[in-house]
Design a protein around this ligand. Structure first.
Ligand SMILES: N[C@@H](CCC(=O)N[C@@H](CS)C(=O)NCC(=O)O)C(=O)O
Length: 217
């Protein structure tokens, strides 16, 4: 049976959410972060050589990387739902925003999270380029969501699942004030209303209040 290995407050939230959106039967295994280091426990490290989440196991398959897992689930179990076919309008947009999540948005936030620990001022030359990149990413998202309700167009797709994490749960680690971005906030509101998103959080993060507002916690 398909098993989703979910590390507490981590990118594996995406995979639980995607399974709920696609209505895929799955077993969920939850792992708590190490209370001191906040890293994954050794049981995750034993699953996959990278030692990070998400990981899925499916029979003899062990697969990591959110985007690879998302593609696998969509095509192996979802009949292509929540993706856009090459012959359909919005295909390039779908590809762009699906990959924007882990290609640009999440690494930029991760870099800022690491740099913040150095307690440098925001205009420090080591930090400023990442701040500029984040601002560009947010402006681009805002412009996109001003003209379309979802990233690939009129329909909710897995691009939302990929990017959604970076501006919801990730903001509990790296706070980003979204007050200047009303269309991003509207998008987060629509995400928060989705029954599958709510079910995913109830299963993966029981008791956690999702970070959907302008300021997370
Ligand atoms: N690009 C990977 C990133 C996965 C990743 O960085 N996972 C983090 C949680 S968000 C993790 O498992 N950290 C625990 C650790 O480093 O021990 C993906 O999208 O799957």
């Amino acid at each position: 049976m398909l098993t989703v290995h979910h590390l507490q407050t981590s990118q594996s939230e995406r995979i639980v959410w995607l399974c709920e959106e696609l209505g895929i039967a799955y077993q969920l295994k939850r792992y708590l972060r190490d209370p001191v280091t906040r890293l994954a426990p050794s049981r995750i490290k034993a699953l996959h050589p990278m030692g990070i989440a998400p990981v899925i196991t499916d029979g003899s398959l062990v697969l990591g990387e959110s985007a690879a897992i998302a593609d696998y689930l969509i095509h192996r179990y979802g009949d292509g739902r929540l993706s856009v076919r090459p012959v359909d309008a919005g295909y390039a947009d779908y590809l762009y925003w699906f990959h924007f999540a882990n290609g640009t948005l999440q690494p930029t936030l991760g870099r800022l999270l690491g740099l913040r620990r150095l307690n440098l001022p925001d205009d420090h030359p080591v930090i400023a380029p990442s701040r500029t990149r984040l601002a560009a990413a947010l402006h681009m998202l805002e412009a996109r969501l001003a003209v379309q309700p979802w990233l690939a167009g009129a329909q909710f797709t897995a691009a939302e699942v990929m990017s959604g994490f970076s501006l919801t749960t990730m903001r509990m680690f790296e706070p980003v004030d979204l007050t200047p971005y009303p269309h991003i906030l509207g998008w987060l509101g629509r995400i928060g209303e989705r029954p599958a998103y709510r079910r995913a959080l109830e299963r993966a993060e029981p008791g956690m209040v999702p970070a959907l507002g302008a300021v997370a916690r």
